[in-house]
Design a protein around this ligand. Structure first.
Ligand SMILES: [Zn+2]
Length: 412
């Protein structure tokens, strides 16, 4: 199946056609398309990956839209509750919202892309009514088993209208790392406006495009991530639907993310004014800022492949840690495969036994690290490097070393 060229020519937010491409990663496989052994004989689907800046509304976005049924198939293996760091982060988020919105038994908290209930479970534990919405059957089944009321569907304009008509309007709507994944960006935001009570708040988390550019995080660019938001761009998008950005909090997870608070009245706090001013001062709202990114991405590729080939020439044994989407992009863009890495480990049992798309590296359980004691472990989900290194303290104690690829390839 080919990406839709028609819709690719228009900005996902403002609909304008002045899109300036600043990075082409080439034909890449689907980052989360981990291959089951019985499918190894098939060719991996590949799609171009081109990133552009909209000169009209400043939104950074990829041009291709892979059909969602190909991206999120029935055995989509991601379960949020696997990461302890994410659970801890979520519990803090919930406690803060219960306090600052005075939530109780008559409130309703909705999460869009609620996955396995990793976040809503903390509200439910405090007797606050919740509703999850998620299109992936596996995680939804797990959420329902935990007693989290969850609708199996893609969220958008129409579902929001149905729910609002049934009186299911929300005091808080959470949407964490999903806004960038949605093909109908405006329909999704309109749906949030429809489902939110007049007194409600939408709490949206997304990676900050400034972190991506400043730290060379090109491996966070993949077909699932259609948009890369600045505060400037996201403000324009939501404002179009009567939702106003009133507060911004920086988050350290996912390599520099933002938590954005939208309400139906405009009352921007100092944090909003500061982010908008600093983005303008640094040029995040202008094309120049993105222009040399492509050269920096190529430099990371050269440094990493050089580092690993030097180690291999001294007979080092190297494995990868983390069958994360960003790992698929890093390995395929740099061309690092079985000649360099023996295998990749991952804690997620749904991924073990499968293969990284494109480079076809096998995914094994983390215990394989201590069993084989390689000289180096290349950490692919570098945003979880502290958690991974502390889980693998014994490996390090026995003399093992870690490598991270970004912001610059380095041995830790
Ligand atoms: Zn635009």
């Amino acid at each position: 199946m080919q990406p839709d060229e028609e819709s690719a020519a228009r900005c996902r937010s403002c609909g304008g056609d002045d899109l300036a491409v600043f990075l082409s990663l080439g034909d890449m496989p689907l980052a989360d398309g981990f291959i089951a052994p019985q499918k190894l004989a098939d060719n991996d689907p590949r799609f171009p990956l081109d990133v552009a800046f909209c000169r009209d509304c400043t939104l950074v976005q990829i041009l291709e839209t892979v059909p969602p049924e190909q991206l999120f198939d029935a055995d989509y293996p991601y379960f949020s509750s696997v990461s302890e760091q994410l659970l801890h982060h979520s519990q803090g988020n919930v406690n803060d919202r219960i306090d600052d919105r005075h939530l109780g038994r008559k409130s309703l908290v909705v999460e869009l892309a609620s996955n396995d209930g990793y976040l809503l479970q903390f509200y439910a534990a405090r007797d606050i009514p919740v509703l999850g919405i998620d299109p992936a059957p596996g995680p939804v089944a797990v959420a329902r088993d935990k007693g989290i009321d969850t609708i199996l569907a893609f969220f958008g304009r129409d579902l929001a209208k149905d729910l609002a008509a049934k009186g299911r309007k929300a005091d808080v709507i959470h949407a964490n790392n999903v806004l960038a994944h949605v093909a109908d960006t405006n329909g999704f935001v309109e749906g949030i406006a429809t489902m939110l009570k007049n007194s409600g708040v939408a709490v949206i988390e997304c990676p900050h495009v400034k972190a991506l550019i400043d730290h060379g995080e090109f491996d966070t660019i993949y077909h699932e991530h259609l948009c890369y938001f600045s505060v400037t761009a996201v403000d324009k998008l939501f404002r179009r639907h009567g939702l106003y950005l009133n507060r911004v909090e920086p988050l350290s997870v996912h390599g520099g993310s933002l938590r954005l608070f939208f309400e139906k009245h405009e009352n921007p706090g100092a944090s909003v004014r500061e982010y908008l001013a600093s983005e303008h001062a640094e040029g995040v709202d202008r094309f120049d800022y993105y222009e040399n990114f492509s050269a920096r991405v190529r430099a990371i590729r050269e440094e990493l492949t050089q580092l690993l080939s030097d180690l291999k020439s001294r007979n080092a044994r190297i494995v990868g840690y983390g069958a994360a989407a960003k790992g698929t992009i890093m390995l395929n863009y740099t061309g690092i495969g079985r000649e360099t890495l023996d295998f990749v480990v991952d804690r997620n049992t749904h991924k073990q036994g499968r293969y990284i798309p494109g480079v076809r590296l096998p995914i094994e359980p983390p215990e394989r690290i201590l069993q084989t004691q390689p000289d180096y472990v290349l950490i692919l989900p570098w945003n979880f490097k502290d958690e991974i290194m502390s889980q693998q303290a014994e490996y390090r104690r026995r003399g093992g070393r870690f490598i991270v690829p970004v912001p610059h390839p380095a041995i830790l």
